[in-house]
Every structure is written in structure tokens, then in C-alpha cells.
Write a new protein. Sequence first.
Length: 353
Amino acid sequence: MPRKPLSVLSTLDPVLRDTAIFGLVIDRPGLVVLRHDIVDGGIRRVVVDAGGVIEDLLVPLAHACLSCSVREDAVPTLERLAADPRWDAVLLALPVSAESLPVVRALNDLRGLRLARVLTVIDGSTAQDDLLGDDLLVERGIALTEDDGRAVAEAAAAQLGHADLVVVEGAIDPVGSDLLDHLRAADSGRVAGLAALSVDAVVAGTHDRTAGERRLDPLAVAPRPQAPTAHGVWTLDLRSDRPLHPERLVADVHRLGDTPFRSRGHFWVPSRPDSICVWDGAGHQLSLGAMGHWGGREPATRLVITGIGPGRHELVAAFEDVLLTAEEYGEGMHAWLGRADVLEPWLGERSGV
């Protein structure tokens, strides 16, 4: 028996999410939707199809990990819906502001289901502010929890970057449109408006998990046009085989990280030359971390930064200032042995050099 298609929907706006759900179930009566929301006391599970609400109940949190609890409720519920002959397709609508990649990772080998499209709905009228502004989710009232400190731009970038299909609802100006195209996955599709979104487009095909992981992989940032568009949107692709200087990075990080731009990539530092260091900036916030070791690969530094208007030349200068100079790099790494690691608060304790 063929497996039924399962699609995953993410948004930043509860109205857009419900509008998308309504349009899709009306378009295809055989579609059933599982929608989750985070509420006081647990998770609200709503199951709906073209006939209306089938289930609406509160699921107590299984443990402290909120995202784990959502996934643990979603998996058996999705399999139960897939086994019901009333429906031939399933849509999982994530809590507002939730990121799709961690959920998709948990949707392996579901009985009766195959993963179709991962889609996100963007409000065209607020696209610029959502992707480059400094609002916090908690300020918009869409944080997942009270201690969710993410910026709106961080959540938007994660949803947009992972999606197979991007739906732009409402009017979007040329600058926002160019920005969206610079930041969405190079192999994603784009649809103008929910009215143009059909269930066939949502359930067609199969989500490529490897490609989905690569879209947000800091080691595999897809190249983008370097020259500014006619409307002033640009992307810089800053590369070097040299590492970043830890002390200069700490001193000048505001020049690269506390900016109204979207930045991501990877780098290395001479104080821990075996570590792959991750860079992720959005909403005037910057996250630095470590993700394993270079192994047999040559260490490299690459930051991809997207923005609007002025600031490109200042970013190039800041990048060059934070790199080890050619002379410093030529002196080798042994000068850094035993040296204090000023990046330990961000990268964690180093395991060896």
C-alpha cells in the first residue's frame, strides 16, 4: 500500500498559518491537518479537515524539553491519522515560530507516511523587518516559551532556509523580494500568495533530507550573487584559508555581528586549530559555537553576509582586520600553545590542540 504524503508547515504568524490550513483543507477534502500550539500546562493538539475540528485537546508536557514533547506527541498522532482511510494526505502545522529542521529530523520512517514538502509562509508586507530587524519573538508575542530569547530574524532565517517551498502572502516590495531570494535555499520554490497554493504543490515530490540538512549547514552555505541588485540587496562571500585572531575577534565582533545583516558560515582559530567553529548572525544577535573537528579537511574561514544598502565595504575591512595577518599566519600555530582561550565562553572548553 503506498504511503501517504506528509507535509510540514512553518510560519511566524498565527493568522497566516490558519489561513493556509483553511485554504488547503478546502482545496482537498482528503487532507487532514495536525496543528500544535504551546499553551500554559502543555501542548494544544488540534486535528482538522474540511469538515471542521476533529480533535482539540491539551496534552501535558512529558518532560522539560518542549520541542521533544511536541515531537513525541506528533509521531504517534501522525501515524494514527495516516492509518485512517478518510484521508489521503497529512499536513503537520508547527507551533508559530518553531523551526522545521529539528522536527523533520524526528520524522524518520513513520508508518504509512512519506515526507513530501517542507513549506513556510512569509508575510510579504513585513519581510524586510522579519528577516533583518532586531525585534525579539517575545516582543511580538510569538515566543515558544517565556525564556525563548531568539530574535524574529533568527527564527525567520531558519524557517526560510530549510523550506522546499516559500509562500509569500500579500504585497512585497522589490527590496524585500530580492532579500527573500538571497536568503531562501537556492533549490527552493517560491509561490506568490496562498490563493495560488494548491495541495498538489504541497504534497508533490519527496523532501530530500540530505539537501534539507545542507541548506542550513554552516560548512555548505550556497553561493549567492556578489553584486548588489538593482534595489540594493547584496551578499558578501568572505573567504580565507587563514584563521580568525581570537583577541581581535572578541574586540571587534560588533563590527561583524551586531549589524542589521544576516550572516552565517564557519571559521577556525589558532587557539584550537582542530575545531570547526560556527557563525550564525541575525536580528543584531550573533551565535558562535563549535561543531566537531576538521578531521582530514583543511581548516578554512568563510562568512556569507546578506544586507541592504551601505555597509559592504566596512564588513570587508572588519573581516580583514579580524583575520590573522599573512605574517602572523606564517609564524605557525605553536605560538598559541598554552595561550589563554578567550573564546571559551562561546565555544566551550577546548579538548586539545
